[in-house]
Design a protein around this ligand. Structure first.
Ligand SMILES: *C/C=C(C)/C=C/C=C(C)/C=C/C1=C(C)CCCC1(C)C
Length: 243
Protein backbone atom coordinates (compact mmCIF):
# COMPACT_ATOMS: atom_id res chain seq x y z
CA UNK A 1 0.00 0.00 0.00
CA UNK A 2 1.22 3.48 -0.86
CA UNK A 3 0.68 6.13 1.72
CA UNK A 4 2.44 9.22 2.90
CA UNK A 5 4.07 9.16 6.29
CA UNK A 6 5.14 12.60 7.22
CA UNK A 7 7.98 11.49 9.39
CA UNK A 8 10.96 13.64 10.25
CA UNK A 9 14.27 12.02 11.02
CA UNK A 10 16.58 13.50 13.65
CA UNK A 11 19.05 15.79 11.95
CA UNK A 12 16.89 16.27 8.85
CA UNK A 13 17.35 20.02 8.82
CA UNK A 14 15.88 20.40 5.36
CA UNK A 15 12.75 18.66 6.62
CA UNK A 16 12.64 20.95 9.66
CA UNK A 17 12.61 24.03 7.44
CA UNK A 18 9.74 22.59 5.38
CA UNK A 19 7.67 22.19 8.55
CA UNK A 20 8.59 25.58 9.94
CA UNK A 21 7.89 27.09 6.54
CA UNK A 22 4.42 25.63 6.28
CA UNK A 23 3.43 26.80 9.76
CA UNK A 24 4.91 30.27 9.26
CA UNK A 25 3.04 30.70 5.97
CA UNK A 26 -0.20 29.57 7.62
CA UNK A 27 0.21 31.95 10.54
CA UNK A 28 1.09 34.85 8.25
CA UNK A 29 -2.01 34.14 6.17
CA UNK A 30 -4.29 34.29 9.20
CA UNK A 31 -2.62 37.54 10.23
CA UNK A 32 -2.98 39.28 6.86
CA UNK A 33 -6.57 38.19 6.36
CA UNK A 34 -7.68 39.22 9.85
CA UNK A 35 -5.86 42.55 9.66
CA UNK A 36 -7.77 43.47 6.51
CA UNK A 37 -10.51 44.78 8.78
CA UNK A 38 -8.14 47.16 10.51
CA UNK A 39 -6.86 49.09 7.52
CA UNK A 40 -8.43 51.68 5.34
CA UNK A 41 -10.51 50.50 2.41
CA UNK A 42 -7.99 51.18 -0.30
CA UNK A 43 -5.40 48.96 1.40
CA UNK A 44 -7.63 45.94 1.78
CA UNK A 45 -6.85 44.56 -1.66
CA UNK A 46 -3.11 44.81 -0.97
CA UNK A 47 -3.51 42.90 2.29
CA UNK A 48 -5.71 40.37 0.58
CA UNK A 49 -3.00 39.77 -2.01
CA UNK A 50 -0.36 39.44 0.75
CA UNK A 51 -2.54 36.82 2.42
CA UNK A 52 -3.11 34.99 -0.87
CA UNK A 53 0.64 34.82 -1.45
CA UNK A 54 1.29 33.19 1.93
CA UNK A 55 -1.83 31.04 1.58
CA UNK A 56 -0.73 29.62 -1.77
CA UNK A 57 2.71 29.00 -0.26
CA UNK A 58 1.22 27.33 2.85
CA UNK A 59 -0.70 24.84 0.71
CA UNK A 60 2.38 24.06 -1.41
CA UNK A 61 4.56 23.68 1.68
CA UNK A 62 2.07 21.17 3.00
CA UNK A 63 2.69 19.05 -0.10
CA UNK A 64 6.39 19.81 -0.36
CA UNK A 65 7.16 18.70 3.17
CA UNK A 66 5.49 15.34 2.45
CA UNK A 67 7.45 14.87 -0.76
CA UNK A 68 10.62 15.66 1.14
CA UNK A 69 9.81 13.47 4.15
CA UNK A 70 8.91 10.46 2.03
CA UNK A 71 11.55 10.70 -0.72
CA UNK A 72 14.26 13.06 0.59
CA UNK A 73 14.35 14.70 -2.82
CA UNK A 74 13.57 18.25 -3.90
CA UNK A 75 9.89 18.84 -4.61
CA UNK A 76 10.79 20.78 -7.74
CA UNK A 77 7.36 20.70 -9.38
CA UNK A 78 5.42 21.95 -6.36
CA UNK A 79 8.12 24.55 -5.81
CA UNK A 80 7.78 26.04 -9.26
CA UNK A 81 3.98 25.81 -9.31
CA UNK A 82 4.03 27.82 -6.09
CA UNK A 83 6.43 30.42 -7.53
CA UNK A 84 4.62 30.77 -10.83
CA UNK A 85 1.52 31.81 -8.86
CA UNK A 86 3.10 33.84 -6.08
CA UNK A 87 5.80 35.82 -7.93
CA UNK A 88 3.28 37.43 -10.32
CA UNK A 89 1.16 38.25 -7.27
CA UNK A 90 4.15 40.06 -5.82
CA UNK A 91 4.29 42.07 -9.05
CA UNK A 92 0.61 42.84 -8.47
CA UNK A 93 1.57 44.26 -5.06
CA UNK A 94 3.94 46.72 -6.73
CA UNK A 95 1.24 47.68 -9.19
CA UNK A 96 -1.40 48.16 -6.49
CA UNK A 97 0.68 50.49 -4.34
CA UNK A 98 1.68 52.56 -7.40
CA UNK A 99 -1.74 52.63 -9.02
CA UNK A 100 -2.82 55.73 -7.13
CA UNK A 101 0.22 57.47 -8.60
CA UNK A 102 -0.49 56.61 -12.19
CA UNK A 103 0.88 53.09 -12.67
CA UNK A 104 -0.44 51.58 -15.87
CA UNK A 105 -1.44 47.98 -16.35
CA UNK A 106 1.42 47.66 -18.86
CA UNK A 107 3.88 47.97 -15.97
CA UNK A 108 2.24 44.97 -14.32
CA UNK A 109 2.39 42.91 -17.52
CA UNK A 110 6.01 43.79 -18.11
CA UNK A 111 6.94 42.59 -14.64
CA UNK A 112 4.87 39.42 -15.01
CA UNK A 113 6.57 38.60 -18.33
CA UNK A 114 9.99 39.06 -16.70
CA UNK A 115 8.96 36.74 -13.85
CA UNK A 116 7.78 34.10 -16.30
CA UNK A 117 11.12 34.21 -18.15
CA UNK A 118 12.90 33.89 -14.80
CA UNK A 119 10.83 30.96 -13.58
CA UNK A 120 10.43 28.99 -16.79
CA UNK A 121 14.18 28.90 -17.41
CA UNK A 122 14.79 28.09 -13.74
CA UNK A 123 12.46 25.11 -13.99
CA UNK A 124 14.03 23.95 -17.24
CA UNK A 125 17.47 24.07 -15.62
CA UNK A 126 16.36 22.12 -12.55
CA UNK A 127 14.11 19.53 -14.12
CA UNK A 128 14.38 19.28 -17.90
CA UNK A 129 17.80 20.29 -19.22
CA UNK A 130 19.81 19.46 -16.15
CA UNK A 131 23.14 19.30 -18.01
CA UNK A 132 22.45 22.83 -19.26
CA UNK A 133 21.69 24.19 -15.81
CA UNK A 134 24.30 26.94 -16.05
CA UNK A 135 22.96 28.23 -19.36
CA UNK A 136 19.35 28.00 -18.08
CA UNK A 137 20.38 29.86 -14.92
CA UNK A 138 21.90 32.64 -17.01
CA UNK A 139 18.76 32.94 -19.17
CA UNK A 140 16.62 32.99 -16.04
CA UNK A 141 18.75 35.77 -14.64
CA UNK A 142 17.81 37.96 -17.62
CA UNK A 143 14.23 37.93 -16.34
CA UNK A 144 15.39 38.67 -12.82
CA UNK A 145 17.51 41.60 -14.01
CA UNK A 146 14.47 42.92 -15.90
CA UNK A 147 12.48 43.06 -12.66
CA UNK A 148 15.41 44.61 -10.82
CA UNK A 149 15.73 47.27 -13.52
CA UNK A 150 12.01 48.11 -13.31
CA UNK A 151 12.04 48.67 -9.55
CA UNK A 152 15.47 50.31 -9.23
CA UNK A 153 15.61 52.46 -12.38
CA UNK A 154 12.56 51.92 -14.56
CA UNK A 155 9.01 53.23 -14.61
CA UNK A 156 8.10 51.74 -11.22
CA UNK A 157 10.96 53.64 -9.60
CA UNK A 158 10.01 56.85 -11.41
CA UNK A 159 6.39 56.64 -10.29
CA UNK A 160 7.45 56.15 -6.68
CA UNK A 161 9.81 59.11 -6.95
CA UNK A 162 7.25 61.44 -8.46
CA UNK A 163 4.61 60.47 -5.91
CA UNK A 164 6.08 62.95 -3.41
CA UNK A 165 4.74 60.67 -0.75
CA UNK A 166 7.34 59.77 1.88
CA UNK A 167 5.33 56.88 3.34
CA UNK A 168 4.94 55.26 -0.05
CA UNK A 169 8.56 55.94 -0.97
CA UNK A 170 9.81 54.28 2.17
CA UNK A 171 7.71 51.18 1.57
CA UNK A 172 8.69 51.10 -2.10
CA UNK A 173 12.36 51.26 -1.15
CA UNK A 174 11.92 48.40 1.29
CA UNK A 175 10.24 46.28 -1.38
CA UNK A 176 12.99 47.14 -3.88
CA UNK A 177 15.59 45.93 -1.36
CA UNK A 178 13.64 42.71 -0.91
CA UNK A 179 13.81 42.15 -4.65
CA UNK A 180 17.54 42.94 -4.74
CA UNK A 181 18.80 41.13 -1.63
CA UNK A 182 15.98 38.79 -0.63
CA UNK A 183 15.40 37.43 -4.12
CA UNK A 184 19.14 36.97 -4.67
CA UNK A 185 18.90 34.11 -2.15
CA UNK A 186 17.23 31.98 -4.84
CA UNK A 187 20.03 31.90 -7.42
CA UNK A 188 22.32 30.84 -4.55
CA UNK A 189 20.01 27.88 -3.87
CA UNK A 190 19.98 27.08 -7.57
CA UNK A 191 23.76 27.12 -7.78
CA UNK A 192 24.00 24.96 -4.66
CA UNK A 193 21.61 22.36 -5.97
CA UNK A 194 21.96 22.01 -9.73
CA UNK A 195 24.51 20.01 -11.65
CA UNK A 196 27.33 22.21 -12.76
CA UNK A 197 26.22 24.85 -10.25
CA UNK A 198 29.12 26.91 -8.99
CA UNK A 199 28.37 26.22 -5.35
CA UNK A 200 27.94 22.45 -5.46
CA UNK A 201 31.36 21.92 -3.94
CA UNK A 202 30.99 24.41 -1.08
CA UNK A 203 29.24 24.06 2.26
CA UNK A 204 26.06 25.06 0.48
CA UNK A 205 26.19 21.80 -1.43
CA UNK A 206 22.92 19.93 -1.36
CA UNK A 207 21.22 22.53 0.75
CA UNK A 208 19.16 23.91 -2.09
CA UNK A 209 15.86 23.39 -0.29
CA UNK A 210 17.01 24.99 2.95
CA UNK A 211 18.09 28.03 0.95
CA UNK A 212 14.82 28.19 -1.00
CA UNK A 213 12.81 27.75 2.21
CA UNK A 214 14.64 30.60 3.92
CA UNK A 215 14.17 32.73 0.81
CA UNK A 216 10.43 32.07 0.78
CA UNK A 217 9.97 32.91 4.45
CA UNK A 218 11.95 36.15 4.15
CA UNK A 219 10.35 37.27 0.93
CA UNK A 220 6.74 36.18 1.15
CA UNK A 221 6.17 37.10 4.78
CA UNK A 222 8.55 40.08 4.75
CA UNK A 223 7.00 41.56 1.63
CA UNK A 224 3.54 41.25 3.18
CA UNK A 225 4.69 42.92 6.38
CA UNK A 226 6.07 45.90 4.45
CA UNK A 227 2.70 46.31 2.74
CA UNK A 228 0.98 45.95 6.10
CA UNK A 229 3.09 48.62 7.76
CA UNK A 230 2.56 50.90 4.76
CA UNK A 231 -1.19 50.42 5.18
CA UNK A 232 -1.05 51.06 8.91
CA UNK A 233 1.31 54.03 8.83
CA UNK A 234 -0.48 55.81 6.03
CA UNK A 235 -3.28 55.37 8.52
CA UNK A 236 -6.64 57.00 8.68
CA UNK A 237 -5.23 60.42 7.94
CA UNK A 238 -6.23 59.40 4.47
CA UNK A 239 -4.92 62.48 2.72
CA UNK A 240 -1.38 61.34 3.41
CA UNK A 241 -1.49 58.90 0.59
CA UNK A 242 -3.22 60.23 -2.48
CA UNK A 243 -6.41 58.40 -3.26
C1 LIG B 1 7.91 33.54 -3.26
C2 LIG B 1 8.84 33.18 -4.23
C3 LIG B 1 9.77 34.01 -4.78
C4 LIG B 1 9.88 35.45 -4.41
C5 LIG B 1 10.66 33.42 -5.73
C6 LIG B 1 11.64 34.05 -6.38
C7 LIG B 1 12.49 33.33 -7.23
C8 LIG B 1 13.62 33.82 -7.87
C9 LIG B 1 14.04 35.25 -7.74
C10 LIG B 1 14.38 32.89 -8.67
C11 LIG B 1 15.45 33.22 -9.40
C12 LIG B 1 16.32 32.33 -10.19
C13 LIG B 1 17.40 32.94 -10.84
C14 LIG B 1 17.60 34.43 -10.83
C15 LIG B 1 18.43 32.16 -11.59
C16 LIG B 1 18.41 30.70 -11.27
C17 LIG B 1 17.04 30.14 -11.30
C18 LIG B 1 16.10 30.82 -10.30
C19 LIG B 1 14.70 30.51 -10.81
C20 LIG B 1 16.31 30.16 -8.93
Amino acid sequence: MMYLVTNLNPGDYVGFTFFIGSMAMLAATVFFFLEMRNVEGKWRTSLLVSGLITFIAAVHYYYMRDVWATTLTSPTEYRYIDWILTVPLMCVEFYLILKAFGAKISLLWKMIVYSLIMLVFGYLGEAVFKEQSVLMGVLSTIGYVGILYEVWFGSAKKLAQSSNNPVLQKAFRALAWFVFVGWAIYPLGYMAGTEGGWLTSTFLNGNMDIIYNIGDAVNKIGFGLVIYSLAVSSGTGSAKIAA
